[in-house]
Design a protein around this ligand. Structure first.
Ligand SMILES: N[C@@H](CCC(=O)N[C@@H](CS)C(=O)NCC(=O)O)C(=O)O
Length: 440
């Protein structure tokens, strides 16, 4: 029995919960998992001492070991439970494997900006429509778990003022509001960030209009990645949730399908029935594509279009991240083998001077044609290293190399991905729990 420590409101908890439910319901987690609300008491008394991090999700295995970080958790479970894999075999389906990791990275580390923005923007005092009370309730239910409803709501409301200074967030952004500014989401860029999300939602409408999941009739790593922004934030938050259901019903239904909770949305492992000649039930897989991933390593054009967003919008930021991190590691500000900032959202205090303003770990980037500045996130290097491992395996054989090269050529600067290992040479990192260190 695994223990998942999570919050319903949390981006990365949704990703891992949907993944674990899939593994469990498909019979690949012999003893299942318990979903445990990570209350402040558990975060302070159990999670933080165990892993040095209070972030969720975290899991504890039955031997007592802990894994922090959604991608690490999925990798850890995949090596122990391989009957129903979440990623196609790199050797047999190199394009499908690669696109899975690319979409995971886009969802985790690019869509995180508009995903967080909608929650906090529509909680501002002057925002219309406004979901601040909904948001306060969901936060209060973590921070005052077990208290009566009115006290949970009050706890959330107080928290927003005490921790994030919500009433003056536009003029003095703190907490989550400061975190958005650090990621380049300001009054000048916020509409461009949201347009990026809207564009991805439209591309997903087209894809899920034909296939039930990214790779066909079963979910995979890319679906679980997308579940991060699209479940706890865009689907559940009231303002964006209304928009999603009314303007993108196909994506909204995919959310329900991927969570495995709605008989009409249909899901993996479910059967649809017809009546036979004698009135007997005749079952068939409920999802598209025969209830399987697409054959012959096929990546449909509707999925190519989403991968293209990775190359058009995110890849320039990632190449700059590799250069800036390498320069920082080589500089006097860093000891070889020393620590680097480990978080994506909100610069931790020791790194504040480097990761804000024009600090050594900030860089220019572009969103929707607007030039802006944001913090460099060395955690992206760790994700790129993981991707480089997949690429190396995918291109080890001649056939795989030819197939992947041809697939990448269709994207702007797509071929640059083949040079990933070289680009990472001077900025390699090592991850210990939630902490990152440069590699000597
Ligand atoms: N890279 C991590 C990110 C985890 C994360 O940022 N979790 C958020 C909730 S979605 C959190 O716990 N934030 C509070 C904190 O960082 O202390 C992952 O993939 O799990």
């Amino acid at each position: 029995m695994y223990r998942l420590f999570s919050w319903e409101l949390s981006y990365f908890s949704g990703k891992v919960r949907a993944y674990l439910r899939y593994k469990d319901r498909m019979g690949d987690l012999a003893e299942g998992f318990e979903d445990i609300l990570a209350t402040p008491e558990l975060v302070a008394g159990l999670l933080t001492p165990a892993t040095g991090s209070g972030a969720v999700p975290q899991i504890q295995a039955n031997d007592g070991s802990w894994v922090q970080d959604s991608s690490d958790i999925i990798d850890f479970i995949e090596t122990r439970h391989d009957k129903v894999p979440a990623v196609p075999s790199v050797a047999d389906a190199p394009r499908q494997a690669l696109v899975s990791y690319l979409i995971e990275m886009l969802a985790d580390e690019w869509m995180v900006v508009p995903g967080f923005w909608e929650r906090w923007h529509y909680s501002l005092p002057d925002a219309e429509p406004n979901h601040v009370d909904y948001n306060a309730m969901q936060w209060g239910s973590v921070f005052a778990a077990g208290a009566p409803g009115k006290d949970r709501l009050a706890a959330g409301t107080n928290l927003f003022e005490a921790m994030f200074g919500i009433s003056e967030a536009r003029t003095n952004p703190r907490g989550v509001y400061g975190g958005l500014v650090q990621l380049g989401c300001t009054e000048a860029t916020e509409q461009a960030w949201w347009s990026s999300m809207e564009n991805i939602l439209s591309l997903l409408d087209a894809h899920f209009g034909a296939h039930d999941f990214l790779l066909g009739g079963l979910p995979s790593l890319g679906d679980f990645g997308l579940f991060g922004p699209l479940y706890a934030h865009v689907y559940r938050d009231a303002t964006s949730g209304f928009m999603l259901r009314t303007q993108h019903p196909i994506v909204s239904e995919w959310v329900e399908r991927t969570y495995g909770d709605n008989v009409t949305a249909r899901t993996y492992g479910q059967r649809l029935y017809s009546l036979g000649a004698d009135g007997e039930l005749i079952g068939r897989p409920a999802t598209s594509d025969g209830g399987q991933w697409l054959e012959d390593d096929r990546v449909p054009p509707t999925l190519d279009a989403i991968a293209a967003v990775f190359f058009e919008e995110m890849w320039p930021m990632l190449t700059s991240t590799m250069e800036k991190t390498a320069a920082f590691i080589a500089s006097d500000a860093h000891e070889p083998g020393g620590e680097l900032p480990g978080k994506t959202f909100t610069a931790d205090l020791p790194w504040y001077a480097h990761q804000t303003g024009d600090g050594a770990l900030t860089h220019d980037f572009e969103i929707g044609g607007i030039q802006a500045r944001r913090m460099v996130v060395p955690y992206h290097i760790w994700m790129l290293q993981r991707l480089a491992g997949v690429l190396e395996e995918a291109t080890a054989g001649e056939d795989g190399r030819a197939s992947v090269t041809k697939w990448l050529e269709q994207f702007p600067n797509g071929s640059q991905l083949l040079e990933l290992n070289d680009r990472l040479a001077d900025c390699r990192v090592r991850k210990e729990g939630a902490r990152l260190f440069s590699v000597r």
